[in-house]
Design a protein around this ligand. Structure first.
Ligand code: SF4
Ligand code: SF4
Length: 304
């Protein structure tokens, strides 16, 4: 079982459009029967908007704890309010009241309360889904607003996708990873065989790409690069190309700025499916093909 993770150093670089198109291209090729798609960008899970999923299973995701007050026991002394570093507690009408969004679950108030009036409770912070799409099974998730367990939820999404792929060996997992370099990205990279970093030639393009590549390299995972909106800022594009050359990185291709991508997204389709001869579709198809030729031959193994 192999895993390809699509990443970017920041949001909005186009990795979800690219992942959706890869799913579409895979569905038309020899890997269709064995591909599982995972949306590991749980804070902005947009892949489902493009792949038109039909959920077959929905499961609650239990995250961190939250404090609750027993109103019958609380004396309103304010000791809990004094120790809460997150300003989650107010004393109103002589009773402690805890704001569920502000509460970080540190339990300091529970240990402080002289009345043992506070208890900690696990809470449902989101859901994960197993859905069917015309491109293959999709594991995706929804995290409730202001919840901070996205790393754990990404791990759950990855595990479900891997388990599903293991049931259908030989199989591989296509992952739409989170942007940035934080905890969810590290979870998304776990077990990956290849990371494709989508770079954008903006003013901070090289910087964003380098941060993502350094994170990938830290875990010893082979990486390749593609450039989106490559014609918008030629100097930035040239700089990214130079960086790849200097660091012996595979640059798999460039995608021109193309309004067809936005039009396809707004109609809930991968651009390669929406308009297969659009300039962006042709470029993505070339990148998809060249992926099978990366020196590590990671994905090539899948074709036996
Ligand atoms: S410390 Fe306990 S008794 Fe005092 S206000 Fe808080 S919950 Fe109520
Ligand atoms: S658990 Fe921590 S964050 Fe939540 S109300 Fe108690 S002290 Fe504040």
């Amino acid at each position: 079982m192999k895993q390809l993770v699509v990443l970017s150093g920041k949001g909005g670089a186009g990795k979800t459009s690219l992942t959706a198109s890869f799913a579409d291209l895979s569905a038309a090729g020899p890997t269709k029967a064995s591909m599982v798609i995972a949306d590991a960008d749980v804070d902005a899970s947009n892949l489902a908007l493009v792949l038109d999923p039909h959920p077959v299973q929905r499961t609650d995701f239990w995250g961190g704890q939250i404090a609750r007050v027993d109103r019958e026991t609380c004396l309103g002394c304010g000791a809990c309010q004094a120790v809460c570093r997150f300003d989650a507690i107010q004393i109103q009408d002589g009773i402690s009241r805890i704001g569920p969004i502000a509460c970080e679950g540190c339990a300091a108030c529970m240990y402080t309360c002289p009345q043992d009036a506070i208890t900690m409770h696990m809470q449902v912070v989101g859901q994960w889904y197993h859905s069917e799409t015309r491109y293959g099974p999709l594991i995706h998730a929804h995290l409730k607003p202001a919840q901070e367990n996205s790393g754990k939820l990404v791990s759950q999404v990855k595990k479900q996708a891997q388990d599903l792929a293991e049931e259908n060996l030989p199989a591989w997992v296509l992952v739409d990873g989170p942007p940035g370099i934080g905890c969810p990205v590290i979870s998304a990279l776990s077990g990956a065989d290849l990371a494709l970093v989508v770079a954008e030639p903006g003013l901070s393009g090289v910087h964003d790409m380098r941060r993502a590549l350094e994170t990938v390299a830290h875990f010893g995972i082979p990486a390749a690069v593609c450039i989106n909106k490559s014609d918008l800022y030629p100097e930035g594009c040239a700089e990214i190309k130079r960086y790849c050359q200097d660091h012996d990185l595979d640059l798999l291709g460039t995608i021109p700025f193309d309004e067809t991508i936005t039009a396809a997204m707004s109609r809930g389709k991968p651009v390669t499916s929406y308009q297969s001869d659009a300039p962006s579709s042709q470029a993505i198809r070339r990148i998809w093909k060249s992926m099978w030729l990366v020196p590590k031959q990671v994905l090539l193994e899948l074709l036996g």
